[in-house]
Design a protein around this ligand. Structure first.
Ligand SMILES: [Fe+2]
Ligand SMILES: [Fe+2]
Length: 179
């Protein structure tokens, strides 16, 4: 398989891969693969792409951020766990309400730092009025918008990231690799 990370690969895989593996095994993040985000991209694939490219952006530009919190916050930024294309009264207007839902779900399922909470809560700025309060949250806010537009107009994208998610999924009890 083509390597995802060309520069400082081992260090980056250690951080990005360990965080993804940990969240896939300890939270309901994998359930977000059941819901479509944009086009044919699932919420899980979208979240992994936002985390990956936010990470790459900060690394490439030399932006000093807490990388582990950046990846965790980005992976959980759309942790709302429902099909937002189905309108129901329970979730309100998705664009405005889902950051708070994602943050509540994240706090229910894992420990969330102040930086991670800000990444999740503020990622829809300027649709939601409060701007990101740290560099990591700004990076995720920006990359989320770029990924969303890309996903809306393209199909069958991020093939390396799809493979990467498969590799990071916990092995099922019967020992067969997950699909
Ligand atoms: Fe979102
Ligand atoms: Fe998003």
């Amino acid at each position: 398989m083509r390597q995802l990370f060309s520069a400082r690969r081992r260090e980056i895989e250690t951080c990005f891969g360990s965080v993804l593996t940990e969240l896939l095994s300890s939270t309901h993040l994998n359930d977000s693969d059941s819901f479509i985000q944009h086009g044919d991209t699932t919420v899980l694939l979208h979240s992994v792409a936002v985390a990956f490219y936010s990470y790459k952006l900060c690394r490439r530009l030399g932006i000093r951020v807490p990388y582990r919190e950046l990846v965790r916050g980005a992976l959980l930024h759309d942790y709302f766990l429902y099909d937002w294309h189905k309108h129901d009264s329970e979730h309100g207007l998705h664009g405005f309400s889902h950051p708070a839902t994602a943050l509540a779900n994240a706090r229910r399922d894992t420990q969330v730092s102040a930086t991670e909470a800000n990444i999740i809560a503020r990622h829809m700025f300027p649709l939601t009025p409060a701007p990101p309060a740290n560099r990591a949250a700004w990076a995720v806010c920006l990359v989320d918008k770029i990924c969303s537009v890309y996903e809306t107009f393209n199909h069958n994208i991020y093939p390396e990231l799809r493979d990467y998610i498969r590799r990071c999924r916990p092995m099922p009890a019967d020992g067969r690799a997950a699909a």
